[in-house]
Design a binder for this molecule. Structure first.
Ligand SMILES: C[S@@+](CC[C@H](N)C(=O)[O-])C[C@H]1O[C@@H](n2cnc3c(N)ncnc32)[C@H](O)[C@@H]1O
Length: 226
């Protein structure tokens, strides 16, 4: 079922790309799913283990910290952050995904918002103490990805942390099919946007077969450093 759902997503992405629309297929996929999470191949309906492992290790404190989840999908990572005491805003370009989050977690303190990473609300600029980006950059075509990265960097407050989790590849490897793994070189965009790389983890996860992942942590330099 997962492979069938992935094939459907690839087909939709291609159809929309041919019309010059890089992101319209997400809403179409969520709508066509009609509430069946099996039709959304990335929806594991549990918090991302690659994120939890990092959270447990880093032990960042939640109290009074405002955090943002980029491309939140069905909301599991956002809910985990709220459970750990963070004040959470989670956004997705697909209105159906956001409605689904609200339906799944009716008592949630998370503020779920429909928004586009390419054009986020102006009020969000420089506002967040922590930002999680997991698996959204890798489903955006390479020619627009750097724009999304710059936009995300602009939402971090001074001294704040950004965590990116994505599929990884070496520059000489072809990107292959969607999801397109990011190359190490692509991460230079964050440096150009004023972020300091704190950790770069390149590892194989626990999936079967294991997937090469990058888990990369950045900090927005304080004004005295920049
Ligand atoms: C591969 S899914 C990952 C979802 C979630 N982060 C997870 O790990 O389960 C990518 C998500 O990003 C959303 N997305 C794609 N383009 C976006 C954009 N321009 N702005 C905001 N969200 C976007 C999609 O609708 C989708 O929910």
């Amino acid at each position: 079922m997962k492979e069938q759902a992935r094939a459907k997503a690839r087909q939709l992405a291609q159809e929309f790309a041919q019309r010059g629309d890089a992101t319209g297929w997400f809403e179409e996929l969520y709508t066509q799913a009609q509430g069946n999470e099996q039709a959304i191949h990335w929806a594991d309906m549990e918090v991302n283990p690659n994120f939890v492992e990092w959270l447990d290790r880093r032990n960042i404190q939640g109290k009074s910290k405002l955090v943002l989840v980029v491309g939140c999908g069905l909301g599991d990572d956002a809910e985990e952050l709220a459970r750990r005491g963070f004040e959470v805003v989670a956004f997705d370009i697909a209105p159906t995904a956001i409605a689904w989050c609200r339906q799944r977690f009716p008592q949630s303190p998370v503020v779920y918002v429909v928004a586009d990473v390419f054009d986020p609300p102006t009020a969000w600029r420089g506002s967040f103490d922590f930002i999680l980006e997991a698996y959204t950059l890798q489903v955006l075509p390479a020619d627009v990805r750097s724009r999304a990265m710059t936009s995300i960097a602009g939402l971090l407050a001074i001294d704040a942390t950004l965590l990116v989790i994505c599929r990884g590849r070496s520059a000489e490897e072809p990107p292959g099919n969607l999801p397109w793994p990011l190359s190490t070189e692509e991460f230079d965009v964050f440096k150009g946007a004023g972020l300091r790389q704190v950790h770069f983890e390149d590892y194989f996860d626990q999936e079967e077969p294991p997937v090469r992942r990058f888990r990369v942590e950045y900090q927005r330099a304080s004004s005295s450093e920049s």
